[in-house]
Design a protein around this ligand. Structure first.
Ligand SMILES: Nc1ncnc2c1ncn2[C@@H]1O[C@H](COP(=O)(O)OP(=O)(O)O)[C@@H](O)[C@H]1O
Ligand SMILES: [Mg+2]
Length: 262
């Protein structure tokens, strides 16, 4: 493994995915290639049906790509089987879903501790970690509640805590603000930014909300399963408002079908 490789946290190489439905193939990913460096907060934008969830699910090993490679810290994840796969899913990646994906019959505390219970972590270590993360996310007072007793914003913070508890190398988030109102979405974005900056977590977030995307340090725009454009925020010189303006302009171009002018 050379130095160039060790610096990249995630490498996605010429990824293709076709779904077969009633004998008719849908080409969801048509050759996607990009790298994510440690500490990046990467956004992925694109119209509905452009392949964003498929991409994230391939990285999460929820689905298998038709061809291409995905490497995490230089290791090809597609060769994983059995134990390696559950180790990868359980402790290398954290997945934040639009609909939170909490277990309804477990309390906040139990939901958050679930990834650790699979990994046999001792109780006092687990409790200390839980207290730290819950304090950071401001959810200490909902730990004994069930998901049905929490607001949307609280549920997503509990889900974020469940992601953080196993110290994943990368957090994958699929439209994490999609089910939240504007104000709650903004406060979740601020927390994710803190998770990225203060807790040095690498995040890969799918969103079609330009506001949420403006918190990212880099954005890939996907159209019809290929990368169509990339924006980089000039940190720290560029304000979030300015970056937001640039995102809107790319979105307008995509919407106007003028893909070839960029
Ligand atoms: N399980 C599936 N079976 C068949 N087609 C699918 C399946 N999942 C997604 N697709 C198709 O693949 C394309 C990309 O979908 P998806 O990755 O969900 O896009 P996005 O998240 O950007 O909305 C769409 O045309 C969608 O209909
Ligand atoms: Mg999707």
């Amino acid at each position: 493994m050379n130095n160039a490789n060790t610096q990249k946290l995630l490498e996605v190489r010429d990824l293709h995915k076709s779904y077969e439905k009633d004998g008719v193939p849908t080409r969801a990913l048509n050759g996607i290639t990009f790298d994510v460096l440690p500490g990046e907060y990467m956004g992925i934008m694109g119209a509905s049906g452009s392949g964003k969830t498929t991409l994230l699910n391939c990285i999460a090993t929820i689905i298998k790509p038709t061809s291409g490679q995905i490497l995490l810290s230089g290791t090809n994840i597609s060769v994983f089987g059995g134990d390696e796969l559950s180790e990868y899913r359980g402790s290398k990646i954290g997945y934040l879903f639009q609909d939170f994906a909490l277990l309804d019959n477990l309390t906040g505390r139990e939901n958050i501790l679930l990834p650790l219970s699979i990994h046999d972590v001792n109780a006092s270590t687990a409790e200390a970690k839980l207290a730290g993360i819950a304090g950071f996310l401001g959810i200490t007072d909902v730990l004994s509640k069930f998901p049905s007793q929490m607001s949307g914003g609280q549920k997503q913070r509990v889900a974020a805590a469940r992601c953080l508890i196993s110290d994943p190398s990368i957090i994958l988030a699929d439209e994490p603000t999609g089910a939240l109102d504007t104000k709650t979405a903004r406060s979740l974005m601020e927390k994710l930014q803190e998770i990225n900056r203060k807790r040095s977590r690498t995040i890969l977030m799918v969103t079609h909300d330009p506001n949420a995307a403006s918190f990212c340090s880099r954005i890939l725009f996907i159209q019809d399963g290929v990368i169509f454009h990339e924006l980089r925020r000039q940190v720290p010189a560029e304000t979030r408002d300015h970056f937001y303006g640039r995102i809107l302009r790319v979105m307008a171009q995509i919407g106007g079908g003028s893909a070839n002018v960029l």
